[in-house]
Ligand binder design. Structure first.
Ligand SMILES: Nc1ncnc2c1ncn2[C@@H]1O[C@H](COP(=O)(O)OP(=O)(O)OP(=O)(O)O)[C@@H](O)[C@H]1O
Ligand SMILES: [Mg+2]
Length: 257
C-alpha cells in the first residue's frame, strides 16, 4: 500500500489508515460509494464537502461505529474488526472527538481523563492520575482538573474531550466538526490544540468548516460530494484551483461571505 504522489506523502510511506472499495448504504441511500483512501502515518487530512455528502459516515466507519457493506478498512495494517476484544483495542487506537463533548457529567475533569486508562488499560491509579494531569497540561486546562464539566466553558470541555481521547495513546485521531458547537471566541483555543497535535505527528482526519485551519494545518484536502471523493489534493491547490464544479460551488458558498 503506497501513497500516490499527489497527496504530499513520500512515495512508499505505509498507510496508517487504508480504505479499499468501501461501500455503505442506509436503506436505499448509497452513502459511501467505492471509497479508496490511503492515509500515511502523520498526515493531517481535512475533509470538506456539502451537508449529507458522507463525511461523518466515513469517519464513523473507521472506528466501526458504523459497519460497512463492502470493502476493507485497515488501521496500521490491521483490518478493522467487527466485534469483541479486537474491536475494543481498535477503538483505543482510533480516538474520536465530536461536536458534542460527551463528557461524564458526574465525574471531574481529571476523572473523565483517567477513566478509560483505568478501565480499559488497567493502568495503576497513581500512574493514570499522573498521566491525566500531564494531558490536561498539554491542552492548557490543568487548573480545571477538579471541576465538573458543567463548570467549564465549551472550549474547555472540548479540550477535556481531546485529552480524554489522547489518554488511550491513539494512533489516529478523528475530529468531526469539533468546533461547530462552540461560541466563536472559543474556537481558536480548540484549534490551537489540534494544530499542536498535528505538529507532533498525529495522523488526523478533521471534518471542519474552519477554512483557516484547513489552509494552515492540513497536508491534504479530501472533498466529498454525494458519497464519493471528488477532489484529493493539497490545500493550496484546492483553495486556489479546484477542479470540479462541486468544489467550486462549495467554495463559492463558504468563502463568499
Ligand atoms: N443513521 C442513519 N440512517 C439513515 N440515514 C443516515 C444515517 N446517518 C446519516 N444518514 C444519511 O447519510 C447521508 C450522509 O450523512 P453524513 O452524516 O455522513 O453526512 P455529512 O457529510 O457528515 O453531513 P453534515 O455536513 O451535515 O454533517 C445523509 O444523506 C444522511 O441523511
Ligand atoms: Mg457530519
Amino acid at each position: 500500500m503506497t501513497q500516490p504522489e499527489t497527496t504530499g506523502a513520500a512515495p512508499g510511506t505505509p498507510s496508517m489508515i487504508s480504505m479499499q472499495g468501501v461501500n455503505k448504504h442506509y436503506g436505499d441511500l448509497h452513502v459511501l460509494k467505492n471509497i479508496d483512501l490511503e492515509i500515511p502515518t502523520g498526515q493531517v487530512v481535512v475533509m470538506l464537502g456539502p451537508s449529507g455528502s458522507g463525511k461523518s459516515t466515513l469517519c464513523r466507519t473507521i472506528n466501526r461505529l458504523e459497519p460497512i457493506d463492502k470493502g476493507a478498512i485497515t488501521i496500521d495494517g490491521v483490518p478493522v474488526p467487527a466485534e469483541g476484544r479486537a474491536l475494543a483495542r481498535l477503538r483505543s487506537d482510533v480516538g474520536m472527538v465530536f461536536q458534542s463533548f460527551n463528557l461524564f457529567a458526574h465525574k471531574t475533569v481529571l476523572e473523565n481523563v483517567m477513566l478509560a486508562p483505568l478501565k480499559v488499560r488497567k493502568l495503576d491509579k497513581a500512574e493514570a492520575k499522573k498521566r491525566a494531569h500531564a494531558l490536561l497540561a498539554r491542552v492548557g486546562i490543568e487548573s480545571q482538573a477538579d471541576k465538573y464539566p458543567a463548570q467549564l466553558s465549551g472550549g474547555q470541555q472540548q479540550r477535556v474531550a481531546i485529552a480524554r481521547s489522547l489518554a488511550m495513546d491513539p494512533k489516529v485521531m478523528l475530529f468531526d466538526e469539533p468546533t461547530s458547537a462552540l461560541d466563536p471566541e472559543m474556537v481558536n483555543e480548540v484549534l490551537d490544540v489540534m494544530v499542536a497535535l498535528a505538529k507532533e505527528g498525529m495522523t488526523m482526519i478533521v471534518v471542519t468548516h474552519e477554512m483557516g485551519f484547513a489552509r494552515k494545518a492540513a497536508d491534504r484536502i479530501i472533498f466529498m460530494a454525494d458519497g464519493s471523493i471528488v477532489e484529493d489534493t493539497d490545500p493550496e491547490t484546492f483553495f486556489t484551483a479546484p477542479e470540479s464544479d462541486r468544489a467550486k460551488d462549495f467554495l463559492g458558498k463558504i468563502l463568499g461571505h
